[in-house]
Design a protein around this ligand. Structure first.
Ligand SMILES: Cc1cc2nc3c(=O)[nH]c(=O)nc-3n(C[C@H](O)[C@H](O)[C@H](O)COP(=O)(O)O)c2cc1C
Length: 649
């Protein structure tokens, strides 16, 4: 078979270990950590699925190497507790048995200990130590590590490495980026020491070099060690790429690979996990520059999910390895699909930040697109149904498509009817917004996967009670979605008004000055897009805040993008009348203000298609209502409900 992406799929040797391709699975946080700080069985299953999905290396994150000075999490991975060796061995084995190399990340949060806690109040009771004494912006006092403590931490890295190796891990990632302890020593912003660990670059890299020596002494020669660093800290006072290059040069003799990530906790991780508003691979240039100056292999990461782009990165020599985190949450089988030339089957991460938000709020895993995430232990194989049935799915949005796909995988005979001429439902509208391309693509991919799985898709076909009677399915899954809310505001039915849902059909009609009426997620994101197109945009929202429906990681980024794109924001404004030259609004004080714009986008929310649901409820022996037509929500809900509705048939 001729491989479509030969460079991406070619093996690489680091130390004495051969990795089957250049696609590595990045650390993705510690969840399901047991009370004695071991890797829990759910986590093991999570990592195992990444290996099964074809990743060449799977990195377990994040071992806290020296809990005495690092109270990063309430429950953190600690390789010194009684059960840890066995738990780590099960995990390493679960990864290795699928042909991937098990790797483990070692970390120390330093002065930012406690920032991961879901209950932030608890961080006050923890110990916080850094290279230099300081008081954090949140008022937490940080102590300066003594030389004895430094020596103890250095030794702890080696002790952990010995245990990891004994447990069967075959690579170690030393985390030296993102503002954690090693990064704090490297950074002139955090490190104000006057001894041999501070000042010159030679002194600032000393701690990292000692740590790497300690790990090497424990694992011996030939065992791959990689150093994860931020190529640029991306904040004033931190180091930038020129110094990133020098840091990599100063450490290369100690490691088998330099892993170039970016950004810092200090800067809110903004560019560490590039958002949907950033180019894919926007940090690759950091690795490419560092690679020019070092002789060891270099890895890159950040918003990568497109095989073509990743192939180019490897083929052109910008990096030797690509790491992915979120892309493998959305589709753990991505590497395997790439190797099998099935890239059209990849479900692409939308960079919606549900994964990070869920982790911050509940310390569990969630991905909008992948109902199995964090629940892999329940079984990732979709088992055939004992009795194949006839399943009718009403509606071809994300929930309906996911339901149809899953039901077909179970061996049912599935018919999906979509009222319109195209599937995708509400996702169709995203095709005109480049930074939401993956949302649109989701509909396209799910349709392809559903057809391949044998689903019969009938377009321009509305499911009515008569149709159900004629088809006589054993099960009916109702996924008829929602409709835009159009309140009785005078002028809202005028020719200058475009529904946010229909923007993709009318994008060329939008004038240079636009009012977006409704500052929820859909309205705010369209406002950003229009402003990026060079239009003057006014965003009007009745409530006091924009996009309260956005998750806690996406929302601040969304707000800062609105600011960056100079969208004029009018919160606390109620639209009273749409006119040819704008929207007449009432402020909270009852004052009337004309917000100017010759095109008005109506983004006032959605309501469930309840009448259609009510009509269909009594028509089949087993009826399940999923997604927006039950309660208007989000893609996550639609996909999860679709998946489970199909399992319940
Ligand atoms: C849910 C989640 C948890 C993460 N946890 C860790 C971690 O424990 N250690 C770490 O070094 N990076 C962590 N990261 C950062 C990723 O390893 C990666 O650098 C970042 O997500 C950018 O890659 P991506 O665009 O492919 O997602 C995490 C990312 C996500 C999405």
């Amino acid at each position: 078979m001729r491989q479509k992406y030969p460079h991406l799929c070619s093996p690489i040797k680091l130390g004495n270990v051969t990795f089957r391709s250049r696609m590595f699975s990045a650390p993705m946080g510690g969840t399901d950590i047991t009370a004695d700080c071991c890797i829990g069985p759910k986590s093991t299953a999570f990592y195992e699925l990444r290996a099964k999905g074809g990743a060449a290396a799977v990195t377990v994150s994040e071992v806290v190497v020296h809990p005495e000075t690092d109270g990063s999490h309430m429950f953190h991975l600690d390789l010194s507790t009684p059960g840890c060796l066995a738990a780590a061995a099960y995990t390493a084995d679960a990864i290795r048995r699928h042909g991937a190399i098990p790797s483990v990340e070692f970390s120390h949060s330093g002065q930012y200990a406690g920032t991961y806690l879901t209950d932030k109040n608890k961080k006050q009771g923890l110990s916080q130590w850094g290279p230099s004494a300081t008081v954090r912006p949140d008022g937490v006092k940080v102590g300066e590590l003594s030389k004895e403590q430094i020596a103890d931490i250095v030794k702890a890295y080696g002790d952990c490495a010995a245990i990891a190796k004994r447990a069967g891990f075959e690579m170690i990632m030393v985390h030296g980026g993102h503002s954690w302890l090693i990064n704090q020593f490297l950074s002139p912003y955090f490190n104000h020491r006057t001894d041999e660990y501070g000042g010159s670059l030679e002194n600032r890299v000393r701690f990292a070099r000692e740590v790497l020596d300690s790990v090497r002494a424990a694992v011996g020669p030939g065992f791959p060690i990689e150093f994860r660093m931020s190529g640029d800290e991306y904040f004033d006072g931190g180091y930038h790429l020129d110094e990133g290059v020098r840091i990599a040069q100063a450490l290369q003799d100690k490691v088998d690979m330099i892993h170039v990530s970016a950004g810092s906790y200090q800067y809110g991780f903004k560019l560490t996990h590039p958002s949907m508003f950033e180019e894919h691979g926007r940090n690759v240039y950091l690795a490419a520059e560092i690679k020019k100056h070092v002789s060891v292999p270099v890895a890159t990461i950040g918003g990568l999910n497109d095989p073509e782009q990743m192939e180019e990165i490897i083929a052109s020599g910008k990096a030797d390895v690509v790491y992915m985190a979120r892309a493998l949450l959305a589709d753990p089988e991505l590497p395997r699909k790439v190797m099998e030339n099935r890239d059209e089957d990849i479900v692409h991460c939308m960079r919606c930040f549900v994964c990070m938000a869920e982790r911050a709020v509940t310390a569990t895993r969630r991905c909008s697109l992948n109902p199995l995430i964090g629940r892999e232990i329940e079984g990732s194989e979709i088992r055939p149904a004992p009795v194949p049935k006839k399943v009718l799915v009403a509606g071809g949005g994300p929930g309906g498509l996911e339901a149809a796909l899953t039901a077909a995988k179970r061996g049912h005979r599935v018919i999906l009817c979509e009222k319109e001429g195209q599937t995708g439902g509400i996702l169709k509208e995203e095709q005109a917004i480049p930074f939401k391309h993956e949302m649109y693509q989701l509909g396209v991919t799910l349709e392809k996967l559903a057809r391949d799985a044998g689903v019969e898709i009938r377009l321009n076909t509305e499911v009515t009670p008569e149709l159900v009677e004629k088809e006589a399915p054993d099960a009916l899954i109702v996924a008829v979605g929602s409709s835009p809310i159009r309140p009785p505001i005078p002028g809202l039915d005028g020719e200058n008004v475009i529904l946010v849902n229909d923007y993709y059909l009318h994008k060329d009609e939008v004038a240079d000055q636009v009012v977006v009426l409704g500052g929820g997620l859909a309205g705010s994101e369209l406002a950003i897009h229009l402003a990026r197109e060079g239009k003057t945009v006014h965003l009007v929202e009745m409530r006091d805040e924009l996009a309260p429906d956005a998750n806690l990681r996406h929302r601040p980024i969304l707000l800062s993008e609105l600011d960056k794109q100079r969208v004029n924001i009018h919160t606390g404004y109620t639209g009273r009348e749409v006119r040819a030259d704008g929207v007449l609004c009432a402020t909270k004080d009852g004052e009337e203000v004309l917000v100017p714009g010759t095109t008005v986008i109506c983004a006032l929310g959605q309501r469930p298609n309840t009448a259609a649901v009510d009509a269909l409820r009594p028509t089949a022996p087993w009826v399940t209502v999923i997604g927006d037509c039950g309660k208007v929500s989000n893609i996550t809900n639609a996909v999860y409900q679709g998946y489970h509705a199909a399992l319940d048939v």
